[in-house]
Design a binder for this molecule. Sequence first.
Ligand SMILES: NC(=O)c1ccc[n+]([C@@H]2O[C@H](COP(=O)([O-])OP(=O)(O)OC[C@H]3O[C@@H](n4cnc5c(N)ncnc54)[C@H](OP(=O)(O)O)[C@@H]3O)[C@@H](O)[C@H]2O)c1
Length: 254
Amino acid sequence: MAHYVLVVGASGGIGTAVCRAYAERASTARVVAISRTGLDFDHPKVRALSCDHQPGSIRALVEAHPAWFRQLTRVVICNGQLHSDDFQPEKRIEQLDSEAMMMLFQINTVTPMLYLKALLPCLPPDNTFRREKLAASLHSQPRIVVTVLSARVGSITDNRAGGWYSYRASKAALNMALKTAAIEWWRRNSAVKLLAFHPGTTNTPLSQPYQSRVPPAKLFSTDFVAQKLIAQMDRALPDGALSFVDWAGCDIDW
Ligand SMILES: NC(=O)c1ccc[n+]([C@@H]2O[C@H](COP(=O)([O-])OP(=O)(O)OC[C@H]3O[C@@H](n4cnc5c(N)ncnc54)[C@H](OP(=O)(O)O)[C@@H]3O)[C@@H](O)[C@H]2O)c1
């Protein structure tokens, strides 16, 4: 089956690697890559679109290309921020800053959800994939897999080290919003599977200031993570649930 792929946040480290990896696969028909700044590579299968990720711009973009979005079988949303020139993740509660916290919620939680909101009505209709025929048709019908980049530090159970209030909370909120969407989408389009994906510590600008204590074997390249992510999307089956999984395919506790 030919895949029509959308990558949002396509100019970041992981987003770029996912675009490139999908473009190089024979089974990919087209990659639509949305980013604020454009891509640093060209490929005949890749169409780059620019967007500032604001609500009106997201809506306008999807409405301008209805045919592309109707064909989608794979969606990867890579937006995320941990630090900026003016903000470092909090080590102590005294460092909480409302503006910085709101900014991280906007980028890490709200922006991915706005893309899901815009996309659902455009996805291929459910009439090709009835729930009662699920088992029989898994291998013949189109499955739509939507992955949003989350993070293990968004796990409430796994939080043993503390710190990073805003980033942790924004990813935990993202997971809850995604779980809610998985329930609603199952009712409205049972061909769709949602994944919240933890890539592991990956060598990108986001993790760069925090890499010194990571053993080399545990600092992944973006190409490695892209391959792991794509393999998991290929295996994922629609079941009405959100899966919170890491790069190795292991479930993460909520
Ligand atoms: N790297 C790691 O170790 C690691 C670990 C766990 C989870 N993650 C998650 O993986 C995802 C990808 O991160 P990365 O490592 O590839 O980081 P990155 O290279 O810094 O990429 C940042 C991403 O966030 C988007 N972004 C940045 N500022 C934004 C803003 N103001 N508004 C909207 N979008 C904005 C960028 O979109 P544009 O393309 O439009 O610029 C880009 O997709 C993030 O969700 C991150 O939380 C990463």
